[in-house]
Design a protein around this ligand. Structure first.
Ligand SMILES: NC(=O)c1ccc[n+]([C@@H]2O[C@H](COP(=O)([O-])OP(=O)(O)OC[C@H]3O[C@@H](n4cnc5c(N)ncnc54)[C@H](O)[C@@H]3O)[C@@H](O)[C@H]2O)c1
Length: 383
C-alpha cells in the first residue's frame, strides 16, 4: 500500500511510519514540527531530543534497510496538502497531524484558537485532498475516547440506537468533551461523518485512550529512533508523568480524588490497531468508529501500579493527591465497550509489572534531564 502518515514526526506518527515501512509498504511521513514548536513555546521539553525527521529516516534506512519518505509541510495549507495527495496518490492516509494536548488547548485564547484552526483545518484539507485526487483512499483518523466524556450510561463504539416516541434510528453516540482539544476531535468526527454520508469518503475514526510506552521493534533498533517522550504537565500523559515522577524521586501527583477512569493502551497496540484498520478498509460512504484501548484504569490504579513496581526496583515512590486543575468528575460510572479491534485480530499487550519496569528503566537512563518544575500542573481549566 501507499501510506501517507500525517504528523509523522510525532509520538505515534514516527513509530507508525517505521512499522509500515518495515512491513514493505511505501510510506510518506509529513510533519511541520508544530509539536516541537509548541513544546518550546510552552516550556515543555521532551525527556530527550529526537533527531529531525530527515535524520531519523536516514538512520532508520541505515539500521533496517527500509525507506520512509519525508516531507516537511503544514497540512493546514490547502495547496501544500493538495500537492502531496496529487503526487503521492495514497491508498490510505493516517491522520495524526493535530495539536494533541488538552492542557495546551486550555492555556489561553490564543492556544485554543490555534488548536481549533489547526485540527479542523488539517481534517478539512485531508478530506478535500482525498476527494480531489484519490476518492477511494481510506482516511484513518485518530480521535479520542475523550470525545464521549464520562456519561452515566455505557459507552458504545461511536453509534447508538435511540428509540423516541415509538420510532428508532441510529445516531452518533452523544459526546461531551472535557477540553477544547477534545472538542476539536468531536468536530472532526462530525466533519468526517458529513463527508462520508454526503460525498462517499471512506473513514475509520479511532477513539483512542492515552497511550504509553517507548518500545517498538523498530524504535528498539537505535536510541535515536525512539519516539518523543513528554513527561510534563502539558504534553505528557498521566502514565508518562507518573513514571518520570517515580524516577525523579517526586511523589506521584493524583489530580483530586483519583477516581477518573480511562481506557489505556500500549504503543505497540496503537501500531497494531492502525495496521488492522489499514488492512481492513471500509466501504465508500462509511464512517467506522472503533474504540481503541485495551484496559480500563482509574488514576489511583495507575499510581498504585507505578509506585509498587517503582518500590520493587528500589525507588522510594510516594503518592500525593493535589487540587485538580481540570473540570472533570473525579468519581463516575465508566463502562466503555471495545470489541471491533479485537474481532479484527488485535492481540493486546497489557500493562504488566514488566512493562512498567521497562519504562522506569528506560526513563532512568535520562534521570538527570527530568525538570521537576515542568511536571506539576501549570494550566488551570477555570481561569
Ligand atoms: N498519544 C496519545 O496518548 C493519544 C491519545 C488519543 C489520541 N491521540 C491522537 O493521536 C494523534 C497523534 O498524537 P501524538 O501523541 O503522536 O501527538 P504528537 O504531537 O507527538 O504528534 C502529532 C504530530 O502532528 C504534527 N502536526 C500537527 N499539526 C500539523 C500540521 N498542521 N501540519 C503538519 N504536521 C502537524 C505535529 O508536529 C506532531 O509531530 C493526535 O491526533 C492525538 O490527538 C493521541
Amino acid at each position: 500500500m501507499r501510506l501517507l502518515i500525517l504528523g509523522g514526526d510525532g509520538y505515534l506518527g514516527w513509530p507508525t511510519a517505521m512499522m509500515f515501512a518495515a512491513s514493505g509498504h511505501d510510506v510518506l511521513a509529513v510533519d511541520n514540527y508544530l509539536r516541537r514548536t509548541m513544546a518550546l513555546e510552552s516550556d515543555s521539553s521532551p525527556l530527550f531530543a529526537t533527531p529531525v525527521l530527515e535524520e531519523r529516516a536516514r538512520i532508520f534506512k541505515q539500521k533496517s534497510g527500509h525507506d520512509v519518505k519525508v516531507q516537511i509541510a503544514d497540512c493546514t495549507h490547502a495547496l501544500a496538502i493538495d500537492r502531496i495527495f496529487a503526487d503521492f496518490m495514497p491508498d490510505a492516509v493516517v491522520h495524526y497531524a493535530e495539536q494533541p494536548s488538552g492542557p495546551y488547548s486550555m492555556r489561553s485564547e490564543s492556544a485554543a484558537r490555534t488548536t481549533l484552526l489547526n485540527n479542523l483545518g488539517v481534517t478539512f484539507n485531508v478530506i478535500w485532498g482525498v476527494l480531489n485526487h484519490v476518492p477511494d483512499c481510506h482516511i484513518i483518523k485518530l480521535g479520542t475516547m475523550g470525545e464521549y466524556g464520562t456519561p452515566d450510561i455505557d459507552i458504545e463504539e461511536g453509534w447508538i440506537e435511540i428509540e423516541h416516541k415509538g420510532r428508532k434510528d441510529r445516531f452518533l453516540y452523544p459526546r461531551a468533551a472535557g477540553s477544547l482539544y477534545h472538542t476539536t476531535k468531536v468536530l472532526d468526527t462530525d466533519l468526517l461523518w458529513f463527508y462520508a454520508r454526503t460525498y462517499g469518503v471512506r473513514v475509520t475514526d479511532l477513539m483512542q485512550g492515552p497511550v504509553y510506552g517507548l518500545s517498538t521493534p523498530e524504535a528498539d533498533l537505535d536510541e535515536s529512533l525512539m519516539p518523543n517522550f513528554h513527561y510534563d504537565d502539558i504534553f505528557g500523559t498521566v502514565v508518562h508523568r507518573f513514571v518520570a515522577q517515580a524516577v525523579a524521586g517526586m511523589p506521584l501527583t493524583v489530580y483530586g480524588r483519583g477516581g477518573q477512569t480511562r481506557g489505556y493502551l500500549n504503543l505497540l497496540d496503537t501500531l497494531q490497531c492502525v495496521r488492522l484498520a489499514a488492512e481492513n478498509a471500509v466501504d465508500k460512504g462509511q464512517l467506522r468508529i472503533m474504540n481503541q484501548f485495551t484496559e480500563l484504569f482509574t488514576v489511583n490504579d495507575l499510581a498504585e501500579k507505578v509506585s509498587r513496581v517503582g518500590n520493587q526496583l528500589g525507588l522510594k515512590v510516594e503518592v500525593n493527591s493535589i487540587a485538580n486543575p481540570r473540570r472533570e468528575k473525579e468519581e463516575h460510572y465508566y463502562n466503555a465497550h471495545f470489541t471491533q479491534l479485537l474481532e479484527l485480530g488485535l492481540e493486546p499487550h497489557p500493562m504488566t509489572d514488566e512493562v512498567i519496569a521497562g519504562m522506569l528503566k528506560t526513563v532512568a537512563r535520562y534521570k538527570g534531564k527530568i525538570e521537576r518544575r515542568k511536571i506539576l500542573p501549570r494550566v488551570q481549566w477555570n481561569t
